[in-house]
Design a protein around this ligand. Structure first.
Ligand code: FES
Length: 315
């Protein structure tokens, strides 16, 4: 079961949205408006095996919620069920929106999306267009039949540049000029791991500073959660727990009966970020910024560990 902040919604529309993708429009069942969200936000969707999947909200912020789900051919539950089983009129349990990928403020914004990584960046592009801000959205796809959100992209006009690798225009084959010009700009990107890693490498090569880069992963890098043993202390009770070499902090605390707001359990969604009052975290997540890591005052419980023998958690 999803925990206390869950929302019941009804699927009011389901349609194909580019090869391999399906868009779902979700409306509140209670009649109360769904919570507001900002560009870059995502929700958890509860699937029948009890798992949760994270999807970026791709509707305009004032509308119903819309998510776009890519069918993962290796899927054993989430995307296959959403594609093949779920129908219009069905009820879904979702979480309230969370946003660990906010739209940065910059004189110029470059948005780079690959495949389904378009979903959060499309909302950002529309927001920037409404503000009459200076931006370009580069979208990388394999083939033209993969194009999703075609009418919305068309409305953004020349500020959207679509690159098809089937036509020899992948990021590895051709680097857009604006990626070589980091001055006064923010670089925002989302897509598969290989695309993200390559883009980041290019950005550093062309002189972008880490603080100018903003990204969200929807597949983890190969995060290693095992490591040396250490202890965690719960600040409110003083209770201490040993975290073994093959265990995560989240696992140990849940086994001890603590209820944690876990979602992706892969260090990507940020729902288990917890304050650290003492000790030095060993950050293994994909969600904290460089500044947050350096401050060492919070930790992602589902994957990170400790460099110090003891961590005191603000729980
Ligand atoms: S549960 Fe998603 S980051 Fe920990």
């Amino acid at each position: 079961m999803m925990k206390s902040n869950s929302l019941a919604v009804t699927v009011i529309a389901k349609q194909f949205n580019g090869a391999g993708n399906v868009s779902l429009t979700l409306a509140s069942r209670s009649g109360q408006p769904l919570p507001a969200f900002t560009p870059g936000a995502h929700i958890d969707v509860l699937i029948p095996d009890g798992g949760k999947r994270q999807y970026s909200l791709c509707s305009a912020p004032a509308d119903h919620y819309e998510i776009c789900v890519r069918l993962d051919l290796r899927s054993t539950g989430g995307s296959r069920w959403l594609h093949n089983e779920l129908t219009v009129g069905d009820e879904l349990q979702i979480s309230a929106p969370r946003n660990h990928f906010p739209l940065p403020q910059a004189p110029r914004t470059l948005l780079f999306a690959a495949g389904i990584g378009l979903t959060p960046l499309l909302v950002m592009a529309e927001t920037l267009a409404a503000r009459q801000a200076d931006f370009t959205l580069h979208l990388y796809l394999k083939r033209a039949d993969e194009l999703a959100f075609s009418p919305r992209l068309s409305k953004l006009g020349a500020r959207v540049v679509i690159h098809y690798s089937s036509e020899g225009d992948s990021l590895r084959q051709r680097v857009p000029d604006d990626l070589t010009q980091p001055e006064n700009a923010a670089l925002v990107f989302c897509g598969p791991v290989g695309f993200m890693d390559h883009l980041q490498q290019l950005a550093f090569q062309f002189g972008w500073a880490e603080a100018q880069l903003h990204s969200e992963r929807f597949q983890p890098k190969t995060t290693v959660t095992a490591g040396g043993a250490f202890e965690v202390e719960i600040a409110s009770s003083g209770a201490r727990f040993a975290v073994g070499a093959q265990q995560t902090i989240a696992e140990v605390l849940e086994n001890a009966g603590l209820e944690l707001p876990l979602s992706c359990e892969q260090g990507m969604c940020g729902s288990c970020i917890t304050g650290v009052l003492a000790g030095e975290p060993d950050h293994r997540d994909e969600v904290l910024s460089k500044q947050e890591r350096a401050a060492n005052n919070c930790i992602v419980l589902c994957c990170s560990r400790a460099h110090s023998p003891l961590l005191v958690l603000d729980l």
